[in-house]
Design a protein around this ligand. Sequence first.
Ligand SMILES: [Zn+2]
Length: 350
Amino acid sequence: MLTLPSQDKMYQALLDRDGCYDGVFYIAVKTTGIFCRPICPARKPLRKNVEFFAEPKEAVYAGYRPCKRCKPLDRVQQMPDWVRKATSLAEALPEERVTEYQLREAGISPDRLRRWFKTNYGMSFQSYQRGLRLGQAFGQLRKGQSVIETSVDSGWESTSGFRDAFQKAFGTAPRDAAGPMFAMRWIETPLGPMVAIADDSALYLLEFADRPMLASQMKTLHRRYKCSVAPGMNDVLRLLEKELASYFAGELQSFSVPLDARGTEFQCAVWDRLLEIPYGGLLSYGEMARDLDRAGAQRAVGKANGDNRLAILIPCHRVVRSDGSLCGYGGGLWRKKRLLEIEQGQARLV
Ligand SMILES: [Zn+2]
């Protein structure tokens, strides 16, 4: 995660179309679902509708599409024609994966493309495509929320392509006839957007939206609960939003949101142990393994940590290496670091 200038500075740079900031940050407009470079010639959005990102991939994962006018993905200016051809293919078919065959047909070497994306954007072409697909599902989710807020009865599924986008992104249908119906909510946080899933009695999933594991976690959730998912709101999600905001402001130390985390016996034991680590505290994988009478099983503990579907609330970010150094966090190391800084009083995010 790169550090960004202050929001005031960035918004001013945007109003000024200040070329000095080109490549420093990207600006996304919530109302249109599009992200731009600061120098974009398009009409300037209102500040309340704007989100800032340090890198194009963050905007893509947060559910934004690149602007056709300022072409924020062409940051390096000399995006070669063959790469542009590939991104056009992906953007024309956001719901499908562009296959290696299609790339070759278009005269593009898949390997070369993968390497180019890694070098220039720090992501593979495949992750870029996955980002577009997730982005589409989440873009729909974000739009659907305002629909729900204005009219609960308007019927989400009839007003958007959420169902299709969701299925393409997660490989499961959001709504099956049988099974409980869970509500899915998009929550903006200072560390990036999160996705929350809950019903009236408990929270089942809370994860950063850009996390590659999210798709498989959705499948696990579906398998464990036979649930259907639709955008929505309920008391558990309202409480979660309120408590997360206080947590990020450094004002809340323990959550009262009811949790439901089903897993294997071992996973549940690990997650229970995690819940006992106090706010501001740390534990090593080795200590955890010993506490669970599985001395030496650090790897298994680490794996169960990674399978945690309730980020922040089941505090897997409080586990470190034996020497105290940070390692492995599904949401990205920078997030783990920031979470620990909040808890240790070194940072206040509002
Ligand atoms: Zn633009």
